[in-house]
Design a protein around this ligand. Structure first.
Ligand code: FAD
Length: 258
């Protein structure tokens, strides 16, 4: 297999190409492992697509597609769907003009130095950080809407099963402490850092992208402080304003889109 050429990118920016690639992989590859989706898994899929339709800050054609997929799903009353039927709506451009999700993946900020590094899991983290920020910007009514959708999607469908288990444990432990849209942003940030901490140095780590407590001081100097005893402390207010601007739709770069 010939490798794709490396796409130069800015390490301190978010790319729409990664978000669309994550959507493609999730909706066309990960879900395709199921012939039939029903019960709790179907509820999880419904909430996931509904959150995407509501908050994905994408190109108009992609948002239209997510909306048409969402209305199709909400109209299903049989208690189960076949993946084949879902895929028809996903790929159908005739039914909803100006609605399409590009085929294939084009990783940019989520490229790895080897094909088994980064990519889809990186895209999913990025996607959910963006969605928590979008829900806050647009004033979503339920602070847990995005995180619950993520929790249930990961639990039912995410291919990395031990990742799903770890994430479910973190959600069980502390998701109930999230009362505001801002604390939802902060919860995801801090749990992502816990994962970074746990798996730093593991074989799954891309040597060109070491796991760090993020954002590093170069990216956000004011996020970092030192307590009287000399220990590192986050300045949560600064972290929140950093996240809100870093993952804002206006900061997302559109390089390398089809
Ligand atoms: P990622 O951790 O994927 O992060 C992507 C990008 O997000 C980074 O490049 C950076 O720009 C930014 N970022 C980094 N940290 C933060 C933060 N705290 N807040 C906001 N943005 C940040 N792998 C395991 O080996 N074990 C696990 O238990 C595990 N659990 C996972 C659970 C979930 C829900 C997901 C989506 C993935 C999980 N993974 C796990 C995969 C792992 O976390 C990484 O996604 C993967 O190793 C690729 O790492 P990466 O270098 O691309 O950075």
């Amino acid at each position: 297999r010939t490798e794709e050429p490396w796409r130069p990118f800015n390490r301190s920016r978010v790319y729409m190409a990664d978000l669309e690639s994550a959507l493609h992989y999730s909706l066309r590859v990960e879900l395709a492992a199921r012939e039939v989706i029903e019960g709790d898994a179907l509820n999880a899929l419904n909430k996931y697509v509904s959150v995407l339709a509501k908050y994905f800050p994408g190109r108009p054609t992609v948002v239209n597609l997510l909306k048409s997929l969402n209305s199709w799903l909400q109209n299903q009353t049989a208690g189960q769907i076949s993946y084949e039927a879902f895929k028809k709506v996903l790929d159908n451009t005739a039914q909803a003009p100006n609605a399409a999700l590009p085929e294939g993946v084009r990783w940019v900020g989520c490229q790895g130095s080897q094909p088994h590094f980064r990519r889809y899991p990186c895209g999913m983290w990025t996607l959910f950080h963006v969605l928590t920020v979008q829900a806050n910007v647009t004033g979503g009514s339920d602070p847990l809407e995005v995180l619950n959708a993520m929790r249930n999607y990961i639990h039912h469908f995410f291919g990395c099963r031990y990742c799903a288990e770890h994430f479910e444990n973190m959600a069980k432990d502390s998701l109930e402490l999230v009362y505001t849209l801002e604390s939802a942003i902060m919860w995801l940030w801090s749990r992502h850092n816990r994962v970074n901490n746990r798996i730093a140095g593991a074989l799954s780590e891309d040597p060109l992208f070491p796991k760090i407590q993020w954002p590093p001081p170069e990216m956000c100097p004011f996020c970092h402080t030192v307590s009287k005893s000399g220990e590192h402390k986050w300045n949560n207010e600064q972290v929140l304003s950093f996240l809100v601007s870093y993952f804002d739709s206006s900061s997302i770069l559109t390089d390398y889109l089809e």
